[in-house]
Ligand binder design. Sequence first.
Ligand SMILES: Cc1ncc(C[n+]2csc(CCOP(=O)(O)OP(=O)(O)O)c2C)c(N)n1
Ligand SMILES: *[C@@H]1O[C@H](CO)[C@@H](O)[C@H](O)[C@H]1NC(C)=O
Ligand SMILES: *[C@@H]1O[C@H](CO)[C@@H](O)[C@H](O)[C@H]1NC(C)=O
Ligand SMILES: CC(=O)N[C@H]1CO[C@H](CO)[C@@H](O)[C@@H]1O
Ligand SMILES: [Mg+2]
Length: 676
Amino acid sequence: MTDIDQLCISTIRLLSVDAVSKANSGHPGAPLGMAPVAHALWQQMKFDPKNPHWANRDRFVLSNGHACALLYSLLHLYGFDMSIDDLKQFRQLNSKTPGHPETHEVPGVEVTTGPLGQGISNAVGLAIAQKQFAATYNKDDLALSDSFTYAFLGDGCLQEGVASEASSLAGHLQLNNLIAFWDDNHISIDGNTNCAFTENVTERYKAYGWHIIEIPHGDTDLGAVKDAIEEAKKVDKPTLVRLTTTIGFGSKQAGTGSVHGSPLKADDVKQLKEGMGFDPEKSFVVPTEVYEHYQKHVGENQKIYREWQARLETYKQKYPKEGAEVQRRLDNKLPENWADALPTYTPDDKPLATRKLSENVLNAILPIVPEIIGGSADLTGSNLTRGADSVDFQPPNTGLGDYSGRYIRYGVREHGMGAIMNGIAAYGANYKNYGGTFLNFVSYAAGAVRLAALSHLPVTWVATHDSIGLGEDGPTHQPIETLAWLRATPNISVWRPADGNEVSAAYKSAIESTSTPHVLALTRQNLPQLAGSSIEKASKGAYTIHAAENPDLIIVSSGSEVSISIDAAKKLAEANIKTSVVSVADFHTFDQQTRDYQLSVLPDGVPILSVEVLSTFGWSKYSHEQFGINRFGASGKADDLYKFFEFTPEGIADRGAKTVQFYKGKPILSPLNRAF
Ligand SMILES: Cc1ncc(C[n+]2csc(CCOP(=O)(O)OP(=O)(O)O)c2C)c(N)n1
Ligand SMILES: *[C@@H]1O[C@H](CO)[C@@H](O)[C@H](O)[C@H]1NC(C)=O
Ligand SMILES: *[C@@H]1O[C@H](CO)[C@@H](O)[C@H](O)[C@H]1NC(C)=O
Ligand SMILES: CC(=O)N[C@H]1CO[C@H](CO)[C@@H](O)[C@@H]1O
Ligand SMILES: [Mg+2]
């Protein structure tokens, strides 16, 4: 280790410690332990702090997101948009240095991390996207994409199931562009990892198909880090570097759990600074040589960036068709008029399951929108998520596909799939990626779904078998609370389309989305094509699909219950109860419409009944009375279940009549009209 290396590492350590101390909150342990590897790794990485979204940059993922003071310090030293004042605002309200790294808040943060296990799984998605992009566009004489994905992860990440799912797939896929550093410090919050985490991790990762490199002296051996990166770049597998370090290196609490997540005591900071030759009275100090050292690397990287730009220009001249497509994608624009390809339907078209209608959409748009890639968690056949001409994304040597393939076999790994989808979306290049599973099993991926919403990633869950309508598989498979949970999550579009036009509207919203994840809840059972639906109307989220003049009752419903509700409305009309039906295809989209429009759909003065074969939780937002299923479902034929739970025209009409009776003579405000 040279003097300048030592000075850089000390600076990273002390910036991190000072940030945590000033906030009196945060995690000094891992930044102290990982500063050397961070210093050594970032010197090998390709990125330009002034163009943080450069498509061919190397990606860095801090899966142990609690160590974010380390990341913020690096971003500052390398000249990203991160000032010393930002570091001083660590963990304060509205700062650029939130308590865990948030990608949409901080330039240079590739993915939002903190929930352990997610980051390394996102990294698998980033690596998949890079490989897919490279295989699609690179030419023998012109490589547009040759970047790597690097990740740091701790003992915590390695204990989380999601990381195992994603790592297993990464091994199968032979993602040799993925290089991960395990901070093997034997410590987590409860102290020594020997109390709960004793398997042979490297053997486990070897079994997944990873290449293993061991660095026993991670506190000091910078050369080994450089060598490891070189070696990892040569093998045909993802690499896990087991880097043995000391948590809280240099602190009096070094090597203990107490340094994981508590600011160092004042006297500890003092001895730490003195030991490193820094003035103990000063904070947030960066020696000029340190800035200069990092700036030199930035200068070299900016040259590489300019060379790449020139390469892109050459590419566009030499390969005009692909070049235009690449440029379009880098500009985050969809192909012009792509939405014209979305199928539309009339009531004369035959009844179909919305999962089948979803397949029709995919078959129509996959050929014209190359950035749509997708996959399924081993339910390809029943979820109908694979386009007719799809090639699988697979290592060529398996004979199962190649890396330009656009269909990912996720295996039975919903949570891993969700986190990988997030990583693919975070890669950029306009990727629009979807993953299929049963709606009920989206819950398995709750951690990843929530992070997609928090970090504004436009991923799409194709969630089939969306209710008791799946029938015989029974209550273990029938979602009840799932949509309430998803609709309660901020910033997710949760579509439950009622027919083919609404399925097309749902996909239009999903593909055009740049920052909102989508869940498309689709049926197993056939549904009729409805009179009065259209892509345009459904694109407002909710609309009157069956209108009565001066209605006595409005039924709001979604998906498979819309057509039954329309039949109920006809029955009610015979009993002189004029009933309109509103199809609520997506709460989130409807909530963004103008108040005037919303109130035109759900006006004052009319009692409103919601109808959906799922939990009623959440529907009081749009209705006075709710008809749903607030218990688990049952195993049986779908038709029998609908009868058993009384989701028939008669059963709905009965609740409708009772609603009208109950509200007769009472003043009725639209549920949308509230005090604030
Ligand atoms: C999913 C999840 N569960 C729990 C936590 C709380 N948590 C934060 S750090 C941590 C321990 C992590 O240990 P390790 O990865 O070894 O980090 P180190 O202490 O070595 O820095 C835990 C349990 C979390 N952030 N995410
Ligand atoms: C893991 O297994 C390998 C191969 O058996 C062995 O060499 C190594 O010492 C083991 N590591 C631990 C931490 O047990
Ligand atoms: C939802 O996303 C929008 C834009 O992406 C953002 O402005 C808003 O703050 C987000 N809301 C929540 C609750 O996260
Ligand atoms: C191929 C496949 O997975 N088929 C499944 C389709 O969905 C039904 C209902 O859940 C299952 O019973 C099938 O096994
Ligand atoms: Mg640890």
